[in-house]
Design a protein. Structure first.
Lengths: 136, 136, 136, 136
């Protein structure tokens, strides 16, 4: 199954397909899952991981709202989309910084995922800003 | 069941209970439910409600992430909490404006709920900013 | 804001308002929030609460899906609604049993909420079964 | 990013990695996204798609709860996991049947995704039942 195809075949997308946004949707979806799993794995560790559990659950919630909002292409909600992408970047940066402090496979993977997701959201945000400028 | 009590009895809240934040949590939770219901009711209307379905679903997703992040009091995530509350205000303002255009009971209720939720998030945001200033 | 009113004014509910189902929706929404908060509070406790964190997060996810599905009244999905209510009862029973083992305010509240939610879902399930029998 | 790796490296999974369950997690995650997108695309169609919007949103909610519960491996919640997988199969079957009635790319993709997800959940359910028998 391809998230790109899912979006490109949407009746209101058509020629207006934004590859960067599709990539951000895909990685925010993965990041929501990876963070949810990392929070659970953190609770199984012996050391005190409570701050990491929290940042992971927060990031999972934000990523999920992000990918769901960014997936909807019916109607217009571009201003909110920008705000949501910026919020997702913030959540991912915080979670990456926290996970980077812990030397275990799930936190390393989660930090990597958060970094990728933040980068993709940043790129998507730039293309949306460019589109706005092109409108004028 | 009381959302206020739920938060005030959290082991890391204690004397630091923020009544405004508790109110924002409660109303964001209700707003997520009301918007989810309004989107469904909109799809049952005869006229074209697609823009309203979209803004309601987007607002529901953002409100839910907001109340979940704002409920967690273990560890520190105050910066993200501020970003999330601001995003929630944005989503609620957009949804209120869209629902206010439609004259039916579910859209009227949803517009009212969004307005209240945005106000509560604004008040909570101010108390968080005050606390930061008080720290210095 | 009233969840009962939200449902009763839905364009496809009208005279067919099911008070028991509305009560189950409301309590599943609260239970999702209380379990989410209890998981976070559990992670702040000194003793090993990992099993309780897990059952709370699982129960929160199931309650949320339940209240959202049960809120939608457009179209027909009564069979799924029954399956979902039964699943919610199961999740609440497991979470109540786990939380009842821990003597702290958030687990006591969460256990109570899960018990109430399970009872309401059971009652709602019975009314749905009665309606099916009445159809024949 | 690999969902399989995410689960296999969990501190409480280790040698006990269930490939079928990992596949069900991955496809339930994708199915939640595809159904969420299909509901939005359906609202943009000219014909009356309200029943399809509803079954897609319901299925999205159930798939999401499913993949999140099935991802957690800390502690034990195997009984609930079985109930949740069975519920997911039910939701996917209903959504597949509804989407199969509509001849457009997003409904065709969604029907296919739901069928795959239901199959994977069925396989995962069998391996879990086998493990229970093997315990005795």
């Amino acid at each position: 199954m391809s998230i790109q195809k899912m979006i490109s075949e949407h009746p209101q997308v058509g020629g207006d397909f934004n590859e960067s946004l599709a990539q951000a949707v895909k990685h925010a979806m993965y990041c929501a899952a990876i963070c949810n799993s990392c929070a659970d794995a953190c609770s199984a560790e012996e050391m005190d991981m409570r701050q990491c559990i929290r940042t992971c659950l927060d990031c999972s919630d934000v990523c999920e709202a992000t990918y769901r909002v960014a997936t909807r292409r019916t109607g217009e909600n571009r201003q909110l989309l920008r705000t949501v992408l910026a919020t997702c970047i913030h959540a991912c940066e915080i979670c990456e910084a926290e996970c980077a402090r812990h030397d275990n496979p799930h936190c390393r993977r989660c930090a990597r995922m958060c970094r990728e997701c933040a980068e993709d959201c940043r790129t998507a945000l730039e293309t949306l800003n460019d589109e706005v400028h092109a409108d004028h």
